[in-house]
Design a protein around this ligand. Structure first.
Ligand SMILES: Cc1ncc(COP(=O)(O)O)c(C=O)c1O
Length: 459
């Protein structure tokens, strides 16, 4: 503890001086973090937590990754601050590397602009859409999340983020997502024929469905999270093929929000690579700097953002090109590319998912488990398959507030809940996790779910 202040006093300050409008007080007794490394967080009260969610996928490459930290230290010694009105080397090299990586995967040339947060690059993407299509309205998916500024709240599905803030004139049109464990249409994945995807395409067919006529439509773009951050929902292969080509035919741009599921989270650099969708616009943030100085980016096809179209001043934030951010992102990018994740992750992912499946066989309250790369979900339901509301949230509290043991060590766990009824857990371990750490995680998770199972039975 650097400031020699007691934990009780810090909790008093929280009670008295902090607004609770952020997400800290989702938990009654928030962790007061002290230090972290790899997948572990240590708090001021002597507890050690295995983090299974890595700051909602903002630290895919582990806390205090030494290679990335070292690059930041060097930047601190050389050019720690400089106005965004100037260029600097790290920004330029980073832009080139990202554009080349996208070109290699799509064959499309494009350009990048940087900003500070995920929400802000979604805002920038919206500007690019409006400018190029002349349309304000966009489509998104039920269950989707793109940020919480006033404008972007109109794209994020959750009503509770909007309910206090009046009218949202440009609120996105929202289509049901392929959340197959709780299908919106009550279908079964095995024989549904991707009905939900087909319905999205159908909604464009008639003037009287309210979105488009034969030669016009009201939406400029569809914003997609290929796998949804809300519960790490993984749609079936083929889902996007049901409606993306039809949208393209009608001039609707495809915006791929990779903020949470990009950067090898799903085993590939970008999640779109699993689905054969070629986006017009891509956003990245979170693990772009491995959670160090914030930096986000939006990439768009050349014709959408060429300097004659997206002229100087269209996008700006004072800290949008902060050199501590660009150097962290450049070091993260280089580190990530050196790891050969495409070949090393599948075996680890297999072991992790096999462990989760074992838990499903063991506990009746687990309804469904799924995974893509190092992104996993577990959902809880009753014997009739009805989601157990808040079971995921309850598991988060039990994991965080009670002790578990592995090889004689006392441990706690950071979990993240999700799903449309908070009925699930979403897991995003760091990508450099060792096999031993996977086994440790699964063992502690087993104890947490045993605890949850018992408590649910006694409710
Ligand atoms: C898919 C997605 N888009 C956008 C955002 C918003 O990012 P930020 O919180 O950095 O503004 C998030 C954040 O969780 C996200 O998961």
């Amino acid at each position: 503890m650097l400031n020699n202040v007691s934990v009780e006093r810090l909790r008093e300050i929280d009670q008295k001086y902090l607004s609770w409008g952020d997400t800290v007080h989702y938990q009654e007794r928030p962790i007061i973090a002290d230090h972290c490394h790899g997948e572990l967080i240590h708090d001021l009260e002597g507890n050690t937590y295995i983090d299974t969610q890595m700051w909602h996928s903002s630290c895919n490459f582990g806390y205090r990754n030494p290679t990335i930290e070292q690059a930041c230290r060097k930047q601190f010694e050389k050019l720690p601050q400089i106005s965004g009105d100037f260029l600097h080397e790290e920004k330029l090299l980073l832009a080139e590397k990202v554009c080349q990586a996208i070109y290699e995967r799509t064959g499309i040339k494009g350009r990048i602009s940087f900003n500070v947060s995920g929400t802000l690059v979604v805002e920038d993407a919206l500007k690019i859409v409006r400018q190029n299509t002349g349309r304000n309205r966009v489509a998104t998916m039920m269950g989707g999340y793109h940020g919480r500024s006033l404008t972007v709240s109109g794209l994020s599905s959750s009503h509770r983020y909007r309910q206090y803030y009046g009218e949202f004139a440009d609120r996105a049109i929202m289509f049901p997502f392929a959340k197959c464990d709780q299908c919106f249409y009550d279908k079964n994945r095995e024989d549904c024929g991707l009905y939900c995807g087909k319905m999205i395409a159908r909604s464009l067919e008639s003037d009287f469905y309210g979105i488009s006529s034969h030669d016009s439509n009201e939406i400029g773009a569809i914003f997609l999270e290929m796998c949804q951050g809300r519960g790490y929902t993984i749609p079936p292969k083929g889902f996007y093929d049901e409606f993306v080509p039809e949208m393209r035919r009608r001039g609707i741009l495809i915006v791929d929000d990779e903020i949470q599921v990009g950067m090898y989270r799903t085993g590939k650099l970008f999640a779109f690579e699993h689905y054969g969708v070629v986006p017009d616009i891509i956003t990245l943030s979170k693990s772009f700097t491995n959670g160090l100085n914030p930096l986000s980016m939006v990439w768009a096809r050349e014709e959408l953002v060429s300097p004659s179209v997206f002229t100087p001043g269209h996008a700006h934030s004072n800290f949008a090109n902060h050199p501590l951010g660009t150097s962290a992102a450049l070091a993260t990018w280089d580190y990530m590319m050196e790891q050969d994740y495409e070949n090393t992750l599948p075996e680890k992912a297999k072991r992790y998912l096999a462990g989760l499946k074992k838990l499903k066989d063991k506990y009746a309250c687990i309804h469904h488990v799924d995974g893509l790369g190092m992104l996993f979900n577990i959902s809880f339901a009753d014997a009739m398959g009805k989601p157990i509301e808040n079971a995921g949230k309850y598991a988060v509290t039990l994991a965080q507030d009670e002790d578990y043991f592995y090889a004689g060590q006392r441990l706690r766990m950071v979990l993240n809940s999700g799903g449309y009824w908070n009925e699930s857990l979403k897991l995003a371990p760091y990508l450099d996790i060792t096999y031993q750490e996977i086994d440790r995680t699964l063992s502690v998770l087993d104890q947490v779910i045993a605890n949850l199972h018992k408590k649910l039975e006694n409710k």
